[in-house]
Design a protein around this ligand. Structure first.
Ligand SMILES: *[C@@H]1O[C@H](CO)[C@@H](O)[C@H](O)[C@H]1NC(C)=O
Ligand SMILES: *[C@@H]1O[C@H](CO)[C@@H](O)[C@H](O)[C@H]1NC(C)=O
Ligand SMILES: *[C@@H]1O[C@H](CO)[C@@H](O)[C@H](O)[C@H]1NC(C)=O
Length: 457
């Protein structure tokens, strides 16, 4: 099958969905292109001094939201006298102050249901108050009118959802480096984590880039906390690696080559990986030598099915983790696969529709969309289990079920694309919709609360 963009109009809805899905990955292009170009020209420093009389602190920060991809420094000085700022920063710390539930083996936090709750502390932060929120997830900013999707809490079947005081989080993360490694869904989660932490942590916060666009770095300077994202959608080397220009028509993978990327991960204290979506090509071409990708036109390939490739890729990654990660120093997490909602037929909608226009979750907890590939999940779970037996400190954050019902929580067309929507696309939101990433604030905030529960444990 050829998932080329030009064929979209002629293909079935599912094929189009795949194309759009891959385009979602392509959004990275603009993300990094913007960052690279803009970082050079506009560094922003917002210094708020003597803000007692300044009630517009939030607004001033928001004004720079468009600078999400620039280097931003927000400095709040004179904190002691600044009641407005202090209140805002610790606002939801108050709300989070219920005692944490201990994570006993008995309770499966990942199995549960969504409960609508507009009296709870969700959303954890306000879209317009997070200066680091990227355009691809800023749904309200780009025209989404309904906001109910921000008010659902996750209720595990067997216990209460763990909540933490902001202070506790800051104390535990002090001096630490968190590093998210993976694809655009992991970047979605990283962006959520940054907005959560930005709202909790007072003082100077900055955003920058490095390693030729592979790395984005958020820093809370006064606390030495850094939260980074490293683009690497298959974990091993591939033709999808270029953070600004990844070809998507086929997958070419150096299935045993990981060191080029992984050498940048070893000094993190907490590593959060994901890798699933990019393996879902019909066929994956492996470079015969198994080694580093070369632009050698005479390169020889072996074609394998994606399941087999996924297994081999995870094996390379596992071997790396086993040999390079000191379990006493570094915690590893792997994020489970997330659902996509490209076919409304699956939840009883019309067959030519997708998640566009959905404002409510699927109400049946058992809902399972057909593109969530159980065979791939088995491969992931058994790889992680094998790795655990080698004493590597790895924890799966199993968000697969949690995402199944949330057809209401995707950006659809309410985002800034890597290139503006064409008139054709605007006329047909069904085709243009992003039904794989998630609006922020939103569902990834819950993934991060679960992640934090395990980090603080
Ligand atoms: C932006 O921040 C990055 C990382 O801190 C740094 O390497 C880069 O030089 C900064 N850009 C400018 C123009 O200062
Ligand atoms: C941050 O790290 C620097 C250098 O290691 C150290 O001097 C400083 O005390 C640390 N600050 C905090 C708030 O932990
Ligand atoms: C992850 O969650 C799914 C759905 O709740 C469950 O079927 C699966 O067994 C879980 N996987 C692991 C490894 O716990």
């Amino acid at each position: 099958m050829n998932y080329s963009i030009g064929l979209c109009g002629m293909q079935t809805m599912i094929h189009c969905s795949l194309v759009i899905f891959f385009l979602g990955g392509l959004a990275t292009m603009s993300y990094y292109r913007n960052s690279i170009q803009e970082v050079a020209s506009h560094d922003i420093t917002v210094t708020l001094t003597n803000t007692v009389t300044n009630k517009n602190v939030d607004t001033r920060v928001i004004d720079h939201q468009e600078g999400a991809s620039h280097n931003i420094t927000v400095t709040l000085t004179n904190k002691v006298t600044n009641k407005n700022v202090a209140t805002r920063v610790f606002d939801h710390q108050e709300k989070l102050r219920s005692p944490p539930t201990s994570l006993t083996g008995a309770c499966d936090l990942f199995s549960g249901r969504w409960v609508y709750d507009d009296t709870s502390h969700y959303p954890l932060y306000k879209e317009r108050e997070c200066p680091f929120l990227h355009d691809s997830f800023a749904c309200q900013t780009y025209g989404r009118k309904d906001s109910k999707y921000q008010h659902w809490r996750w209720q595990p079947h067997g216990c209460e959802f763990p909540r933490f005081a902001g202070k506790e989080i800051i104390e535990r993360l002090k001096g630490k480096r968190l590093l998210f490694v993976g694809d655009s869904l992991n970047r979605n989660q990283w962006n959520s984590m940054i907005c959560i932490l930005d709202s909790l942590i007072p003082g100077v916060k900055t955003m920058g880039g490095g390693l030729n666009g592979f790395l984005r770095t958020f820093k809370a300077t006064d606390y030495n906390i850094s939260v980074d994202f490293y683009w690497d959608p298959l974990l091993v080397e591939s033709n999808g690696d270029n953070p600004t220009n990844h070809r998507t028509d086929s997958r070419i993978v150096g299935i045993k080559a990981i060191e080029k990327h992984a050498k940048h991960w070893v000094d993190a204290d907490i590593l959060i990986f994901n890798s699933y979506n990019w393996w879902r090509a019909p066929v994956v071409k492996l470079i015969k030598s198994g080694e580093s990708l070369l632009d050698d036109p005479n390169q020889e390939y072996e074609e394998v099915d994606s399941l087999h490739a996924y297994e081999m890729g995870l094996k390379t990654w596992s071997n790396w983790a086993h040999t390079h990660i000191d379990p006493s120093k570094t915690k590893l997490f792997f994020m489970g696969a997330t659902a996509t909602h490209f076919s409304a037929k699956e939840w009883g909608g019309m067959s030519n529709k997708n998640c566009y226009g959905e404002t409510e979750p699927v109400m049946d907890d058992r809902f399972w969309e057909s593109r969530t590939d159980s065979k791939m999940l088995s491969i992931l779970y058994s790889s992680l289990n094998k790795l655990k037996t080698t004493r590597v400190n790895i924890q799966l954050i199993n968000i697969t079920q949690l995402t199944q019902c949330r057809k209401d929580a995707h950006p659809t067309v309410f985002k800034k694309q890597w290139r503006p929507f064409t008139n054709e696309q605007k006329k047909n939101p069904q085709l243009a919709s992003d039904c794989s990433h998630w609006c922020l604030p939103g569902v990834p905030d819950i993934w991060n609360e679960l992640l934090l529960a395990y980090i603080l444990r």
